[in-house]
Design a protein around this ligand. Structure first.
Ligand code: GLN
Length: 189
């Protein structure tokens, strides 16, 4: 399968490595023409305001939004989750595709970056979760399914063809979360 990884800024290389180590093709997405024939797309972590600016500059914002709206399986990590949210606490939204309200940099100063283990729905074991100046989901609306919580905060969600995590599964050796996303890509084929 061809899985796209938005490669404008942030941690795209680690996602590409995980996709390739599962035997799939990772495509760097930098232009509208890269969006053709994908089985799924990943929006990586980084700085959401910077990625949003680059999405506008490259003309990718609208075509990407349309692809996801039309059912392209999508996985947003951290900044990617922020880009997908319809509501960002006190700020304007970007792709505005998921019925979630996000609080950015929400885990507080001392714990701005941390690792922990937790269980995530549909993954049959506890996995390592890496949080880097991470957001959490303050509120879910509509048909959003909660997949996981840490410190009582919602950190993983799914709504139809879109999943989003506040943590970075691509920064661990564990491929379970990527396998879960690839399965989602297959089920939407
Ligand atoms: N703090 C970043 C933002 O608000 C997200 C951090 C990350 O992607 N690791 O965009």
């Amino acid at each position: 399968m061809k899985i796209g990884v938005l490669s404008l800024q942030g941690g795209f290389a680690e996602h590409m490595r995980q996709i390739e180590s599962l035997g799939h093709e990772a495509i760097a997405i930098r232009n509208q023409c890269d969006l053709e024939d994908l089985s799924g797309i990943i929006l990586p972590g980084g700085e959401s305001t910077t990625i949003a600016k680059l999405l506008k500059v490259t003309g990718l914002m609208e075509p990407l939004k349309n692809k996801i709206k039309n059912g392209l399986p999508t996985f947003g990590t951290c900044a990617g989750m922020i880009l997908l949210a319809k509501d960002i606490d006190g700020e304007l939204s970007h792709l505005a595709l998921m019925n979630i309200k996000i609080k950015r940099n929400a885990f507080g100063r001392q714990s701005a970056s941390f690792r922990t283990f937790s269980t995530i729905k549909y993954i049959d074991k506890s996995i390592e979760l890496v949080f880097i100046r991470a957001p959490y989901v303050e509120e879910v609306m509509g048909d959003v399914e909660i997949l996981g919580k840490v410190e009582d905060k919602i950190v993983a969600v799914r709504e139809g063809n879109i999943i989003a995590t506040a943590f970075h599964p691509e920064l661990t050796e564990d491929l379970s979360f990527m396998k879960y996303f690839i399965k989602l890509c297959t089920s939407f084929k």
